[in-house]
Design a protein around this ligand. Structure first.
Ligand SMILES: CC1=C(/C=C/C(C)=C/C=C/C(C)=C/C=C/C=C(C)/C=C/C=C(C)/C=C/C2=C(C)C[C@@H](O)CC2(C)C)C(C)(C)CCC1
Ligand SMILES: [Fe+2]
Length: 537
């Protein structure tokens, strides 16, 4: 079964009514917005990499058992400039755009000079972030684009650099029960320093009409291991008292980036996985805003998605999807995807691993001691000299990506994650519910179809962690038949309903569910001390 990653997809800005088969629970009301690349060639030009494609937003609005669908290209500056020129004129991570050979020599020189200090793309094709009451399409440059979550209209361009010293910002954000958002960015070589900055955007900020980022506060900064080779990261972990930041040996070479345009290479070629390096794990105390004084590290790994993190009996436990190299990015070059699709070969398989960071007083422990005292994990953290602790992860399961959880359990002890299965080819034909306690998996597969990231929506008043539904957008392998939004029961992982839409969906990355305010989930009635909170995520 093959999916054509380089096919340009049509937008459907007018709402389309779905044909619903089965029964959508009456409490499930709201809009699932999803984001991903949808256009890969324009005129004579084409993008090299799937992540570079122009952002196509789509949404499923669920109301009283009915579903309406719409999709719309993000009309940012990048989109408008490309469309106007009928060619790709703005560079992306994997594609460097060069002047039109028909342009005169003067304008060519200007373009060249302006690219040595480039203005970055606002083609935000990766995720959706909520700051204050505003929703934004995001990638990882300093620009995000505000959107209308109901019509998918593109609104203001927001420049992080106006409010915070961050050149690159991770496209995954965390939210707390008060509606505050937490993000993380890198400030490259400013005043001779490169640092990672965690910042908070207060919930409700921007209600006076100003951009919510105007109220952003720096929570803490972590100095980078080296001035000119900051680590790449795509997400981080958050518990009630800590942030977990993985400084991995997948690094950007800033000097190479500064000369990339002149050398005729893309920016991605300036990102390298250093297999000989270690991975540093930073644990930041949210109260003191400082790192805990223990140097946790593990072997070289590449992580894009953290599943969850929580505190348990003097330890911080966190689960991640990790790789032994940077082959995930390499795999998504469009030429490679074409080759691999037929061959059923796979890049280095992703592994879901659990790491445990002991918070014990290091003075009382002896060198060589495993400081992990939790009975339910084989993860270890061995004390070494000079306050260093070597962590070894426990393999939870293999061949999974795009993890989602019941976000009410973010930062809490949890059991279930919902993920795409990527066993043998670069496209997911199955999704899985994984139980981290029993290690049991329940899979859903629909035969001739490809599934997107599964999003868990808790039932209002739910007590159990898996009481709710899982929504996933299914692409039909035979595009003429259209796709559907699949609604699975969170507990049994069995189909509850599907909303069929006569549209050839695009493969997307991430989504965000906005519940109708009237149906906001309330905290579960439970006696647990770590009572999960209300979230709209
Ligand atoms: C700002 C700036 C720069 C520019 C930075 C730029 C252009 C950054 C762009 C960053 C982007 C677009 C990052 C995107 C990251 C995306 C990630 C990590 C995506 C992961 C996707 C996964 C795991 C996909 C999984 C799958 C999908 C989607 C479909 C399924 O069927 C199969 C499966 C599960 C494999 C410079 C040049 C570095 C200079 C400094 C300053
Ligand atoms: Fe992601």
């Amino acid at each position: 079964m093959q999916y054509d990653y380089s096919k340009n997809k049509d937008e459907h800005p007018e709402p389309i009514n779905a044909d619903v088969k089965g029964l959508i629970p009456e409490w499930l009301q709201g809009t699932l917005i999803r984001n991903g690349p949808g256009l890969f060639s324009l005129g004579e030009t084409r993008y090299n990499h799937w992540f570079d494609g122009m952002a196509l937003l789509h949404s499923f609005t669920i109301k009283k058992g009915e579903v309406t669908y719409r999709s719309k290209y993000l009309q940012g500056d990048t989109y408008n400039s490309n469309m106007q020129a009928n060619r790709i004129v703005v560079s992306e991570m994997g594609t460097m755009a060069y002047p039109d050979p028909c342009k005169n020599i003067f304008s060519k020189v200007i373009t060249f000079l302006s690219h040595t200090i480039p203005d970055f793309t606002d083609n935000c094709a990766n995720n959706i972030i909520k700051y204050g009451n505003d929703y934004h399409a995001t990638s990882e440059t300093n620009y995000i684009r505000k959107i209308d979550p109901m019509t998918l209209e593109t609104q203001e361009k927001v420049d992080y650099l106006k409010y915070l010293p961050v050149n690159i910002v991770a496209s995954h954000t965390h939210y707390d029960k008060e509606g505050n958002s937490y993000s993380m960015g890198t400030c490259i070589a400013e005043k001779g320093k490169t640092k990672y900055t965690l910042f908070k955007v207060p919930g409700g900020s921007g209600s006076d009409g100003s951009p919510p980022l105007k109220s952003a506060e720096v929570v803490c900064t972590v100095p980078c291991r080296s001035l000119l080779t900051p680590s790449y990261y795509h997400s981080f972990g958050m518990t009630d008292n800590y942030f977990v930041f993985i400084e991995q040996p997948l690094k950007l070479d800033v000097l190479k980036m500064a000369t990339a345009y002149l050398r005729g290479v893309n920016w991605a070629s300036c990102m390298k996985f250093h297999a000989e390096d270690s991975t540093l794990i930073h644990l930041i105390d949210r109260k003191t805003k400082k790192e805990v004084g223990i140097k946790f590290y593990t072997g070289a790994m590449a992580v894009y998605h953290q599943v969850n993190a929580f505190e348990d009996d003097g330890h911080v436990v966190f689960d991640v999807i990790c790789y032994d190299d940077n082959s995930l990015y390499e795999m998504f070059y469009l030429d490679k995807l074409k080759e691999q699709m037929g061959a059923d070969t796979m890049y280095c398989k992703p592994k879901c691993k659990r790491f445990v960071l002991p918070l014990s007083d290091m003075v009382c422990c002896v060198t060589g001691e495993d400081l992990v005292k939790l009975k339910y994990t084989t993860a270890s953290a061995v004390k070494e000299k000079e306050g260093k602790v070597l962590c070894q992860g426990e393999g939870l399961c293999d061949g999974v990506e795009l993890p989602r959880i019941n976000y009410n359990f973010n930062g809490k002890k949890y059991r279930y994650s919902y993920m795409c299965c990527v066993d043998i080819s670069p496209v997911a034909t199955k999704i899985v519910k994984f139980d981290a306690e029993t290690k049991q998996k329940i899979e859903w597969t629909g035969g001739d179809c490809f599934s997107s990231e599964p999003v868990f929506i808790p039932r209002p008043d739910a007590v159990d962690e898996d009481d709710g539904v899982v929504l996933t957008c299914i692409i039909n392998a035979k595009p003429v038949q259209g796709g559907f939004l699949l609604v699975l029961d969170g507990k049994s992982f069995k189909e509850v309903a599907r909303a069929c839409i006569d549209v050839d969906f695009h493969m997307d990355m991430h989504g965000y569910f906005i519940p109708d305010i009237k149906t906001l989930p309330r905290p579960p009635k439970t006696a647990r001390s770590n009572t999960p909170h209300i979230s709209t995520f």
